[in-house]
Design a protein around this ligand. Structure first.
Ligand code: FAD
Length: 332
């Protein structure tokens, strides 16, 4: 379809309580820069039930306009209802591009919507810009097992749609809300929603690890040697108020749950402090944590590639270094 405007949309996903998920607010930061380069407005699209808090947050984090679809049928995410609503909005307003957070729901919604709109989708992006020559979105994502970063342009189709990993961009500081709020009443009849939420189960133990918004992460890799090797990692994490992360080698060995995995096939994180213990620094791990403000590496191999990205490095045995570090921090 043809774009009717130069506006760039950010889908701001909501939580069950009507607040905005972090990733949608994060995406407003690159969205602002890109909309500016394209000469259009930055539009946040908020869908859910009782979502005033998310609308307010989108407005405070830089949206020029917020399009809101609020109704009981949107309380729980469903592919059918959300695609029907977004499709109707895109057909009415014709944005030039749309960013969606690569959450579980976003990874479901993006492909389905792009198929409905007969456009393309660039999944799991880790960098965004506008190609100066063509004015298209330049979507960058890992390719070939994370061994190179590919930048993809979609010149022929509108809107250009992409999903973007949580934690890659930082939320802007909130400012006075100034966005124009546009309320759209899109009713989806129950028979068009082919799934029904019967019951929300408590999240599985360990699955509610919030690595993406953690300010400090202490991660363990194959160097911890087994599940019990995570004990000194957890002890340090506790005194620092940190969240525990892991490399894929540790997760694949069954030493810790997948929810803790950092990297290309795990979470992308950008904490203030990332402490990597017994992690070699493979490119797929770096893809998930190199945006951290300060990286500390503890590894017994002085040639481990993790030291190339570390701000501070300790060459040593993590089982000797971590208890000393933990005790010293306790004294502070
Ligand atoms: P290793 O590379 O084995 O490193 C262990 C390190 O521990 C070594 O440097 C060693 O010197 C050190 N060490 C050992 N004992 C001690 C000790 N007592 N004290 C201190 N240091 C010690 N990996 C991820 O992490 N996340 C991903 O999301 C991810 N996705 C992937 C996707 C694809 C498609 C592929 C192909 C791979 C992916 N990987 C991912 C795997 C990645 O390539 C590496 O295999 C993995 O990151 C290695 O984990 P590691 O650093 O813990 O283990």
């Amino acid at each position: 379809m043809e774009a009717k405007t130069k506006d760039l949309w950010v889908f701001v996903e909501t939580n069950e309580d009507g607040s905005a998920k972090n990733v949608g607010l994060e995406l407003l930061s690159p969205g602002k820069m890109m909309a500016g380069k394209q000469g259009g407005a930055l539009v946040a699209v908020v869908i859910g039930s009782g979502v005033d808090a998310a609308v307010q947050a989108a407005s405070e984090h830089g949206a020029d306009k917020v399009i809101v679809v609020d109704g009981p049928e949107y309380k729980h995410y469903s592919t059918d209802a959300y695609v029907i609503a977004l499709n109707a909005l895109v057909e009415k307003y014709g944005p030039t591009s749309m960013l969606i957070g690569a959450t579980n729901n976003g990874r479901d919604l993006g492909p389905r919507l792009s198929c409905r709109l007969k456009t393309g989708l660039t999944a799991d992006c880790t960098a965004l810009d506008i190609d100066e020559e063509t004015g298209n979105v330049a979507w960058t994502r890992p390719a070939f097992g994370g061994n190179l970063m590919a930048t993809i342009l979609c010149p022929d189709h509108r809107p250009q749609i992409g999903t973007v990993r949580p934690g890659v961009f930082k939320k802007s500081e909130p400012c006075a809300a100034h966005a124009e709020i546009i309320r759209e009443d899109i009713k989806v009849p129950a028979e068009q929603i082919r799934t029904q939420v019967l019951e929300l189960l408590k999240e599985m133990d360990g699955e509610n690890v919030d690595l993406e918004s953690a300010e400090i992460i202490v991660s363990g890799g194959r160097g911890v040697g087994g599940p019990e090797g995570f004990a000194p990692i957890k002890a340090l994490a506790e005194v620092l108020g940190a969240t525990v992360g892991a490399s894929r080698a540790a997760v694949d060995s069954g030493w810790i749950g997948h929810a803790h995995q950092v990297g290309q096939t795990g979470k992308t994180v950008a904490p203030k402090l990332y402490i990597a213990c017994g992690i070699s620094g493979a490119i797929q791990h770096l893809a998930g944590m190199s945006g951290s403000d300060c990286i500390v590496a503890i590894n017994k191999d002085p040639d481990a590639p993790i030291f190339d990205v570390a701000d501070y490095g300790v060459v040593g045995n993590l089982f000797e270094v971590l208890p000393v570090l933990t005790e010293e921090i306790k004294k502070m």
